[in-house]
Design a protein around this ligand. Structure first.
Ligand code: UT7
Length: 330
């Protein structure tokens, strides 16, 4: 049987106009630019306007990806949106995005929540659906308005997160050895409490008290998450390379989830891949969860950091706790 693989036909991203600097955060909570930069590497982040929803950012990123692929909305038959901040709990934000983009009605639309690993999970899901032969072209979007679930009085989290969206258009290719050549996904479901929005779901529906207590905001035990993140991302990267008989020095560019510069530096050290081969934009975006990898991928392509024949490794980690890696040959 002829080989069929999923290829990236175009990428796009969107960042809200408003930039929130560390200096501004020092006026909101007891923090300093020095603490934020030294502990996380973050200098500024984009924050969506009050009337700008996740779907609006997703649509902007998707339009850019479609233009990059020289395709239109009519060419898409599958839409997967990775997000933890849909416009509303029900329905799926993918359906809202479908309508805003003017996609056809006979398009499969669904959301996927694997938190910061969401884009890698969605890429794997879309790849499986495309290579099954039942779909031809997919739009995969990672989009987040984390500012909407951030407790702006909690200095341990509010300095870390940002808003934005990234998108890819996927198709299939019969050229051997190119495209999404491997993915690996996993989760540590025994650690859900380390990074969560504790209330507002079916186990604890929102009450006036839970809202007053701020329990519908993101809570994170940062130190514990940090340790597991480094280990899981290193393993996810190592395992996928081994599985495909590749050495780390054959990877031209690693695009890690952008949560913390120190996490990225630790992975670079453990994998023995120099930092020059890691794409980093956490300094300008903070942690945008599902959006972080597709935004970085789009920037890297537009900056000419990815050439035909290159291997790119995506590696992610997030609430769940989920992790995932994907290997792409261009
Ligand atoms: O995207 C999904 C996955 N998420 C992650 O991967 C995030 C993983 N975790 C991290 O990135 C880091 O753990 C943080 C950046 C969140 C925190 O860095 P840390 O080096 O682990 O700091 P810490 O939490 O141990 O806090 C150290 C000190 C504490 O004070 P004491 O207890 O030592 O007196 C905190 O209260 O820093 C204090 N602190 C702050 N000080 C100034 C915490 N937040 C702040 C702040 N400004 N914003």
């Amino acid at each position: 049987m002829a080989s069929v693989s999923t290829v990236i036909l175009g990428t796009g991203s969107y960042a809200p106009a408003r930039i929130l600097t560390n200096a501004e955060l020092t006026k909101m909570v007891d923090t300093s630019d020095e603490w934020i930069v030294s502990r996380s590497g973050i200098r500024e982040r984009h924050i969506a306007a009050p009337d700008e929803a996740t779907s609006d950012m997703a649509v902007a990123a998707a339009r850019a990806a479609l233009a990059d692929a020289h395709l239109t909305a009519a060419d898409i038959d599958l839409l997967i949106v990775a997000t933890v901040t849909p416009d509303m709990p029900v329905p799926a934000v993918s359906c809202i995005i479908q309508a805003k983009l003017g996609l056809r009605t006979n398009v499969a639309c669904f959301d996927l929540n694997a938190a910061c690993s969401g884009f890698v999970y969605a890429l794997d899901t879309a790849s499986a659906m495309l290579t099954s032969g039942r779909y031809r072209r997919a739009l995969v979007i990672g989009a987040e308005k984390l500012s909407a679930i951030t407790d702006w009085k909690d200095r341990t989290t509010c300095v870390l997160f940002g808003d934005g969206a990234g998108a890819v258009v996927l198709g299939v290719s019969h050229e051997p050895g190119v495209g999404v050549i491997g993915t690996q996904l996993g989760a540590y479901g025994d650690s859900t409490d380390l990074l969560c929005v504790p209330k507002g779901g079916s186990s604890f529906p929102a009450t006036a008290e839970s809202i007053a207590a701020g329990d519908h905001f993101l809570k994170m035990k940062g130190k514990e998450v940090f340790k597991i993140a480094v280990r899981a991302m290193e393993e996810a990267a190592r395992d996928i390379l081994e599985h495909h008989h590749l050495r780390a020095d054959q990877i031209e560019l690693v695009i890690p989830h952008q949560a913390n510069l120190r996490i990225i530096e630790a992975i670079s050290q453990y994998l023995k891949v120099p930092m020059e081969r890691f794409y980093v934009n956490v300094d300008r975006f903070g942690n945008t969860s599902s959006a972080s990898i597709p935004i970085a991928l789009d920037e890297a392509r537009r900056l000419g950091r990815i050439k035909r024949g290159d291997y790119t490794l995506l590696v992610a980690f997030g609430a769940g706790l989920t992790y995932g890696s994907a290997l792409i040959r261009w």
